[in-house]
Design a protein around this ligand. Structure first.
Ligand SMILES: NC(=O)c1ccc[n+]([C@@H]2O[C@H](COP(=O)([O-])OP(=O)(O)OC[C@H]3O[C@@H](n4cnc5c(N)ncnc54)[C@H](OP(=O)(O)O)[C@@H]3O)[C@@H](O)[C@H]2O)c1
Length: 336
């Protein structure tokens, strides 16, 4: 029997979720909800979805459709209330990032999660870039010795320039709806990926930001410096005002790795003798083209976990820690 899946938010990223579910033979998309009837119907037609809801209809969809799972792809300020309603209706949730925009919302979801045995996935698809797990393995196997510093530079020209969100509402630059600026949008991916590779972060130690290219009140460039529980120092540099770049640098006592997440040849290294390490050698000789896009791999994993009744990662705590990181950075700016 196929799992019944619904989607809230038939926008740009919602379409990517829909195409992922469409390709998964263990589920069927039975309903879609959007703010406007036009968007809901357009998605329903494109993906052959039998029932549509709009306006406040997402509540009715969760109540009536008896869904096994829902993807939440609405603007950020709606994620928490939609998640809560889904959980109350015994529905497993895949929620887009950021999963909430305040500590209060995180607390409410956590409380509801504790009373239910439901699967919750945070939409951190970068973990599913195939070579990322091999880098994690290398770190674990001490290929770089003891890691002491990591840095992630993540940028593009932002929504409406680098990509086109579909909703006519244009909510990304409204801080009340987005919950912040570029740090809330892209920074959550960055900290999640570094947590995945290095371990839990301890605290944010510094935050600098400016607004240089968008007509917004929040940041469109920022740096966050922080510390992991294991003593490693981290820096993330995030921008909506620069060329699309997604580069992680890992520094350890035996050398450094530079990972270009957008490249088919993603790895460079120092010193040259690292090439003799069998894991590095094998990586360099491997094929790193993506056969399946990371978002679809994440959706397959989510569906698989529901079928097995097993919560795996990226889970609620991963989504929560990423939002907390951003809120902690913002709190530094408020106390300036
Ligand atoms: N994981 C990633 O890498 C990634 C990448 C991009 C975006 N995202 C996340 O995905 C989410 C959506 O972003 P997007 O780029 O897809 O934006 P978008 O194209 O603007 O889509 C937003 C969708 O939400 C719908 N919506 C708004 N209010 C609603 C309501 N009250 N009830 C039901 N639906 C409602 C909109 O409906 P109408 O069209 O009818 O207005 C629209 O279909 C955001 O949380 C964003 O952070 C994640």
């Amino acid at each position: 029997m196929k799992l019944k899946v619904g989607l809230i938010g038939a926008g740009g990223f919602g379409y990517l979720h829909l195409s992922g579910y469409k390709r998964n033979e263990n589920c069927e998309i039975t309903a879609v909800a959007s703010r406007t009837e036009k968007s809901a119907r357009k998605a329903a037609e494109k993906f052959n979805i039998p029932r549509v809801y709009w306006g406040d209809g997402w509540r009715k969809m969760l109540e009536l459709e008896k869904l096994d799972a829902v993807s939440i792809c609405s603007p950020n300020y709606l994620h928490a209330q939609m998640t809560l309603e889904a959980l109350k209706n015994n529905c497993n949730v895949l929620c887009e990032k950021p999963i909430a925009i305040s500590q209060k919302e995180l607390y409410e979801i956590e409380k509801e999660m504790k009373s239910k045995e439901l699967i919750f996935f945070s939409s951190f698809q970068k973990r599913y870039i195939p070579f990322i797990s091999r880098i994690k393995e290398m770190i674990k196997n001490n290929v770089l010795g003891e890691i002491n510093l990591v840095r992630h530079f993540f940028s593009h020209y932002g929504p409406y320039t680098s990509w086109r969100p579909l909703s006519e509402q244009k909510w990304f630059f409204d801080a009340d709806k987005a919950g912040g600026g570029v740090l809330m949008d892209l920074g959550v991916h960055s900290i999640d990926l570094l947590r995945y590779l290095i371990g839990e972060y301890d605290r944010v130690e510094g935050y600098s930001h400016n607004t240089t290219c968008k007509k917004i009140i929040k940041e469109d460039n920022c740096n966050v410096i922080f510390r992991f529980n294991n003593g490693v120092l981290g820096t993330i540099m995030i921008s909506w005002c620069n060329e699309p770049l997604d580069i992680i640098e890992l520094f350890g006592t035996k050398g450094m790795l530079k990972l270009d997440l957008q490249s088919k040849e993603p790895l460079s290294y120092r010193p040259k003798k690292l090439r003799r390490n069998p894991a590095i050698k094998e990586f360099l000789e491997g094929d790193h083209s993506m056969k399946i896009i990371p978002q679809h791999l994440l959706i397959n994993h989510f569906i698989d976990c529901i079928l097995k009744g097993r919560q795996e990662n990226p889970d609620f705590n991963d989504g929560k820690r990423a939002v907390e990181f951003v809120l902690e950075a913002y709190s530094k700016s408020n106390s300036d």
